[in-house]
Design a protein around this ligand. Structure first.
Ligand code: HEC
Ligand code: HEC
Ligand code: HEC
Ligand code: HEC
Ligand code: HEC
Ligand code: HEC
Ligand code: HEC
Ligand code: HEC
Length: 322
C-alpha cells in the first residue's frame, strides 16, 4: 500500500499522457485512507522511536522544536532546515529521492515560480527541502485537514499527477527537459544539472573510467537510481518464463561462466556491460546506457540514444550463448 504512494513518478512521454497521468484516482484515494489509518496508530503511541513518523502529530513537536514554537521564535533544533530533515531522512533521500537540492533556479525559472515557491528558497537562493515541502502544514492544527489529500505536505498541493509539482518551476511546454537522459542542449552545451540526478560529483569527462571509480547519488543497489522514475517489472525475457515462480529476474550475480563470456564479448563488440560494484549484480545500467550520445567516449558511449538505450542491438548474446 505504502509502496503505491511512494512508488516512482509517472513520467509523461507526451503531453497527452501527462494529462492522462491522473490515473486510478479511486485506488489512490483508497490507499491514502489506509495510510491515514497507519498514522492514527502512531498518534496513539506516545513513546518516540526513530521509526515513529513525527509529522502531523501533536505528540512529536519536540523532535524539531526545542521548546514551544511561535511564528516569531521557532526554536528549531537545527537552524538550517534541510539539515534538520536530513538527520532523519538521509537513508530515504540518498537512496530514493527524486530531486537534488542546492541548485539555484535561473531567471526564467524564477519568473515562472509563484511567490510561495520563490520565498521558500534558502538564504543563498537555492532549492531546499522546504521549497517543495510546505513544512508548517504538518505543524499547525488549523491545517490538519490538508493531510488526507496531501500527506507529503507538498507546496501548492495536492497534485493529481505526480509530475504536477515539477511544473511549478520547470517549463511545461518543454516537459521533455525533465528527461534526465537529455543531457546536451540545443547549443551543444552539456547540461551539468542533469548529471546531479545520478552522480554525486561531476565525473571527469576527459578520462576513461570504470563504474567502481564513480560516486553516485545513492549508496547501494544502483538499480534504485532508475526505479525512482521507471517502475520495475522483471524483464527482458519474462515472456519466455513458463514457471511463474521463476521469473526472468535479471538483477542478480551472473554465474562465473557467464562473467567470462561477458568479458570476451565486451572486448569483441567494443561495449561495456558494467555490474553494480556494491554487490556484483546486473543492474539497469548493465544493459541500458543512461547517457546522451556524445557525453562519454569510446565503449561507454555505445548504445547511448539507441532504441531502448540498449548497449548492443543483440544484447542477449553478450551473456547467453544461445
Ligand atoms: C519535522 C520537523 C517539525 C515538526 C515535527 C514540527 N515542526 Fe513546526 N516547524 C518546523 C520548521 C522547519 C518550521 C519553519 C518552516 C519555515 O520557516 O518554512 C516550523 C514552523 C512552525 C511554526 C511557525 C509556522 C508559521 O506560520 O510560519 C509553528 C507555530 C510550528 N512550527 C509549530 C509546531 C507544532 C505545534 C508542532 C507539533 C504539532 C510542530 N511545529 C512540529 C519543523 C517541524
Ligand atoms: C525526527 C526524525 C524526522 C525529522 C527531523 C524529519 N522527518 Fe520526515 N519522516 C520521519 C519518519 C520516521 C517518517 C515516516 C517513515 C518514513 O516513511 O520514512 C517521515 C515521513 C516523511 C514524509 C512522508 C510523509 C507521509 O506521512 O507520507 C515526508 C514528505 C517527510 N518526512 C519530509 C520531511 C521534511 C521535509 C523534513 C524536514 C523539515 C523532515 N521530514 C524531518 C522522520 C523525520
Ligand atoms: C523539487 C521538489 C522537492 C524537493 C527539493 C524535495 N522534495 Fe521530498 N518529495 C517531493 C515530491 C514531489 C515527493 C512525493 C513523491 C511521491 O508522491 O511519490 C516527495 C517525497 C518525499 C518523502 C516521502 C518519500 C516516500 O518514499 O514516501 C520524503 C521523506 C521527502 N520527500 C523528504 C525530502 C527531504 C528531506 C528533502 C530535502 C533534502 C526533500 N524531500 C526535497 C519533492 C521534493
Ligand atoms: C522549486 C523548483 C523546482 C521544482 C518544483 C522541480 N525542480 Fe527540477 N530543477 C530545479 C532547478 C533549479 C534545477 C537546476 C537546473 C535548472 O535550473 O534547470 C532542476 C533540475 C532538474 C533536472 C535536471 C536538469 C534539467 O533541467 O533537465 C531534472 C531532470 C529535473 N529538475 C526534474 C524535475 C522533476 C521530475 C520535478 C518534479 C518532481 C522537478 N524537477 C521539480 C528546480 C525545480
Ligand atoms: C540516469 C542516471 C545518470 C545520469 C543522468 C548521468 N549518468 Fe553518468 N553514469 C550513470 C551510470 C549508471 C554509470 C555507470 C555505467 C556507465 O558507465 O554507463 C555512469 C557512468 C558515467 C561515466 C563513466 C563512464 C565510463 O565507464 O567510462 C561518466 C564519465 C559519466 N557517467 C558522466 C556523466 C555526465 C557528465 C552526466 C551529465 C551530463 C551524466 N553522467 C549523467 C548514470 C547517469
Ligand atoms: C528523473 C527521472 C528518470 C530517472 C532517474 C531515469 N530515467 Fe530513464 N527516462 C526518463 C524519461 C522522462 C524518459 C523518456 C520518456 C519515456 O520515453 O518514457 C526515459 C527514458 C528511458 C529509456 C527509454 C525508454 C523507451 O521506451 O525507449 C530507458 C531504457 C531508460 N530511461 C533507462 C533508464 C535507466 C537505466 C536509468 C538509471 C540509470 C534511468 N532511466 C533513470 C526518466 C528517468
Ligand atoms: C539484461 C538486460 C536488461 C536489464 C538488466 C534491464 N533491462 Fe530494461 N530492457 C532490456 C531490453 C532488452 C528491453 C527491450 C524491451 C524488452 O525486451 O522488454 C528493455 C526495455 C526497457 C524499457 C523500455 C520499455 C518499457 O517497458 O518501457 C525501460 C524503461 C527499461 N527497460 C528500464 C529498465 C530498468 C529501470 C531496469 C533496472 C531496474 C532495466 N531496464 C534492466 C534489457 C534490460
Ligand atoms: C548482462 C547479462 C545478461 C543479458 C544481457 C541477458 N541476460 Fe538473461 N540472464 C542473465 C542471468 C545472470 C540469468 C540467470 C541465469 C543463471 O543464473 O544462470 C539470466 C536468465 C535468463 C532467463 C531464464 C530465467 C530463469 O531464471 O529461468 C531468460 C529467459 C533470459 N535470461 C532471457 C534473456 C533475454 C531474452 C535476453 C535479451 C533480451 C537476456 N536474457 C539478456 C544474464 C543476462
Amino acid at each position: 500500500m505504502q509502496h503505491f504512494i511512494s512508488s516512482p513518478f509517472y513520467f509523461p512521454s507526451s503531453l497527452k499522457q501527462l494529462i492522462l497521468g491522473f490515473r486510478q484516482p479511486i485506488l489512490f484515494l483508497f490507499c491514502l485512507s489506509l495510510f491515514t489509518y497507519t498514522n492514527q496508530t502512531v498518534l496513539a503511541d506516545n513513546t518516540l522511536s526513530t521509526n515513529s513518523n513525527p509529522h502531523w502529530n501533536s505528540n512529536y513537536c519536540q523532535t524539531c522544536h526545542a521548546s514551544t514554537p511561535t511564528k516569531a521564535k521557532l526554536s528549531l533544533i537545527h537552524t538550517n532546515v534541510s539539515t534538520l530533515c536530513i538527520t532523519c531522512h538521509q537513508q530515504n533521500i540518498t537512496e530514493k529521492h527524486i530531486h537534488p537540492i542546492g541548485m539555484k533556479p535561473g531567471s526564467n525559472m524564477l519568473s515562472r515560480m509563484s511567490v510561495a515557491f520563490r520565498d521558500s528558497l534558502d538564504a543563498q537562493g537555492q532549492l531546499a527541502c522546504a521549497t517543495c515541502h510546505d513544512i508548517p502544514m504538518q505543524c499547525l492544527s488549523s491545517r490538519k485537514n490538508e493531510q488526507e489529500l496531501n500527506s507529503k505536505f507538498l507546496r501548492g498541493g495536492p497534485y493529481y499527477a505526480r509530475s504536477g509539482i515539477c511544473f511549478s518551476c520547470h517549463d511545461e511546454s518543454k516537459y521533455q527537459r525533465l528527461n534526465p537522459h537529455d543531457q546536451i542542449d540545443e547549443n551543444g552545451t552539456i547540461n551539468r544539472a542533469s548529471c546531479k540526478l545520478c552522480h554525486r560529483d561531476e565525473p571527469n569527462l576527459g578520462e576513461k573510467s570504470t563504474i567502481d571509480k564513480l560516486y553516485f547519488s545513492i549508496e547501494n543497489d544502483l538499480s534504485t537510481l532508475c526505479t525512482r522514475c521507471h517502475p520495475w517489472k522483471p524483464h527482458p525475457g519474462a515472456s519466455f518464463s513458463f514457471n511463474k515462480k521463476r521469473q526472468a529476474n535479471h538483477l542478480r550475480v551472473p554465474p562465473s561462466a557467464m562473467l567470462q563470456r561477458m568479458q570476451v564479448q565486451q572486448n569483441k563488440m567494443g561495449i561495456i556491460l558494467p555490474l553494480d560494484p556494491t554487490n556484483g549484480k546486473i543492474f539497469c545500467g548493465t544493459c541500458h546506457n543512461p547517457h546522451e550520445k556524445g557525453i562519454l567516449k569510446h565503449a561507454a558511449d555505445k548504445g547511448a540514444d539507441s532504441k531502448y538505450r540498449l548497449r548492443h542491438t543483440k544484447i542477449c548474446i553478450n551473456c547467453h550463448d544461445k
